[in-house]
Design a protein around this ligand. Structure first.
Ligand SMILES: Nc1ncnc2c1ncn2[C@@H]1O[C@H](COP(=O)(O)OP(=O)(O)O)[C@@H](O)[C@H]1O
Ligand SMILES: [Mg+2]
Length: 380
């Protein structure tokens, strides 16, 4: 592929959500030919590309038959048929990130076992098969019970702080992890191309919704020491190297009160914690992903200006056709960039868009982020 004209490559993207939508925005600058597969005919990518196919991402035959048409297949979501991707690789289609990496990351049990086997620091855990198994580990509390598969946006995570919470344990294969009393939650997005070139984006600091385990705000750069920052980059590079992965990897970490970094989980794709890079960094995470999978030189990840990102979640109690309240007020603010994902219907806590705020003055940045959060609402 090294010498192939990138504009004539046929690229297939599995998933047509907001991550795909923003990837397409980047791909347009290079006239990359991207086709999309998604089960939802109204997905955020529908109508954006010439070839949008409606089909189930976890259906082996659907994914295989669709994927055969491309030189290169990539993902914007990891819940896809790995069996189909492996068959595509056998048939000469390039698939990045590699199917083996996607397979590992689809299952939190396998992911945690991989960290342990590869000496990647992570919270102590035991594998649990059912709720009874969780109950048998009552001496582990406070702990976090996680579903092995198909949890996302906090939906497969249950805090079990005290005996009384044990009834909330998942009755499915998962794991029980020691609750980390962390100082900060951080994320590093790292890219690696086939040549082996690696680049990290500056560390970001995540602030979660207290009840829904969902990112509410993010700040870049994170307010951490230079030493911790360096350690975070080394850790992210170590993980992508040990996975031998090509593409973009988001590494979510906990910074403990003792100054230790633990890997929480990783995602082998563009990530919510990198949305601000569109406006705040020299190269966006979406462009970097494309550069990595096409084995092109990776772009500079330098932060041009401090930034905050606010997720625009569907308002609680509102289900139906989405209406955006306070949009004009936000647009009147300097350095405020609104991204709406084009989802017709809103549901409580559904990710409907995000807003990036760029501002040199950190205090002003934080107050603008709060203002955006209070002003912009998605209601039905
Ligand atoms: N061991 C832990 N200790 C403390 N908090 C945790 C732990 N594991 C997860 N959390 C909290 O729950 C959030 C969601 O968990 P995570 O494993 O990242 O699941 P998801 O796949 O839903 O993102 C984390 O971002 C963190 O805030
Ligand atoms: Mg997470």
């Amino acid at each position: 592929m090294q010498n192939k004209d990138i504009t004539s490559l046929k690229i297939g993207l599995l998933g047509g959500g907001q991550l795909g939508r923003m990837m397409i925005q980047s791909a347009i600058n290079y006239t990359l030919d991207i086709s999309v597969l998604d089960p939802d005919p109204n997905a955020p990518c529908a109508h954006l590309v010439e070839n949008f196919t409606v089909g189930k991402l976890t259906d082996e035959e659907v994914v295989f038959n669709w994927g055969k048409n491309f030189d290169l297949v990539t993902i914007e979501i990891e819940h896809v048929s790995v069996a189909a991707l492996k068959r595509l690789v056998n048939d000469g289609v390039r698939v990045f990130p590699q199917p083996e990496v996607i397979e590992l990351i689809q299952n939190k049990r396998k992911q945690k076992t991989f960290y342990k086997a590869n000496r990647i620091p992570t919270a102590e855990f035991v594998l649990t098969e059912n709720a009874e198994d969780v109950r048998a580990h009552i001496d582990w509390l406070p702990a976090v019970n996680k579903l092995g598969e198909e949890g996302y946006d906090g939906r497969g995570v249950q805090m079990i702080r005290a005996d009384k919470d044990v009834d909330k344990a998942f009755d499915k294969p998962g794991l029980l992890e020691k609750l980390v009393d962390f100082e900060l939650e951080l994320s590093v997005i790292v890219a690696r191309n086939e040549t082996g070139e690696k680049k990290c984006f500056p560390v970001v600091q995540l602030e979660f919704h207290p009840d829904h385990n969902l990112v509410e705000y993010l700040f870049a750069p994170a307010e951490i020491s230079k030493a911790i920052e360096e350690k975070a980059y080394q850790l992210a590079e170590d993980v992508i190297e040990k996975l031998e992965m090509v593409g973009l990897l988001a590494v979510e970490m906990f910074l403990t009160k003792e100054g230790e970094l633990l890997v929480n989980e990783v995602a082998p794709r563009t990530h919510n914690s990198g949305h601000h890079t569109i406006e705040a960094n020299v190269t966006s995470q979406f462009e970097q992903h494309l550069r990595a999978i096409l084995n092109l030189p990776l772009g500079s990840t330098d932060l041009k200006t401090p930034a905050a990102m606010v997720n625009l979640l569907g308002e609680d109690g509102h289900t139906g056709e989405a209406k955006y309240q306070g949009l004009e007020k936000c647009m009147a603010m300097t350095g405020v960039y609104v991204h709406l994902y084009g989802k017709k219907t809103t549901k409580p806590f559904r990710k409907m868009g995000h807003v990036t705020i760029t501002e040199k003055d950190i205090e002003l940045l934080k107050s603008k982020a709060l203002k955006v959060k209070e002003t912009l609402k998605v209601k039905a």
